[in-house]
Ligand binder design. Sequence first.
Ligand code: SF4
Length: 278
Amino acid sequence: MASIRGRSWERYHSVSQKRLFITILFSTVAVMFLLALGLWFIPATGLVDVSSLLPKLVGAVIVIFLFLITLGSGLLAYALTTRNRIFLAQPLRGVVLKFLYPMMVPVAKIFGVSRDRVQQGLVEINNILVKACLKPIKPEKLLLMMPHCLQFHECDRKITTDVYNCVSCGRCDIMDLLKIAKKYNVHLSVATGGTLARKILKERRPHAIIAVACERDMTSGLQDSFPLPVLGYLLDRPNGPCFDTKIDYRKVGEAMLYFASLGKDDKQSSEEPAVAGG
Ligand code: SF4
């Protein structure tokens, strides 16, 4: 009964999370419309002095920009609500990560919505868009990237140097993640922060990543690593930030299954594993 209640809550949270993200997305588009109108109307009088054609040209550029942004936002909302594959998924991922998200944060603030909630929606839409354009990847070109705060705080094993220093005592989720890495023959790295993560990326040159992080690190990681496909899963923090954090390793296992299914069974690959944060 408790698990049914838990699932219902998760489902309710997921739906409300999507609605919230879509609301903020279209509110941001509305703000852009207002800004664009202001940008055009105010200087238009001055532009006429330069050339009678200039206001029309500027107006046309603004209309095209607004049309593309509205179309892109509509596609994002469609992808988020239906989880269907959409065309132009990769360029749209770039637009939402680099352009729309930074504009959504101040708009969300006006509505009293935290940055974390926007970032949770961002991770979800990122995963949908990544799955829409993933191609089969060899296991050795896939990287599992985990944060150091998953390691039990009293454990003295140097897992950032080599995760195989873990002796699988079971006191933290690294044990289960290691099992997944071994099962699928993929490399598992544990990073203490952005600098080490960038170093690992440089050394291993993966073609795709399954990453686990908190909202803030995940967002900056997704932005920094674009256009590399990254499936992101958010940490649980039952003990507070950066301390004995948890991840439902089954989500990572489902993501691995998803990669393994690519190119084998197209129908199966379009099915959606559970995604953290949404
Ligand atoms: S599972 Fe590994 S990393 Fe976690 S506490 Fe045990 S030895 Fe340390």
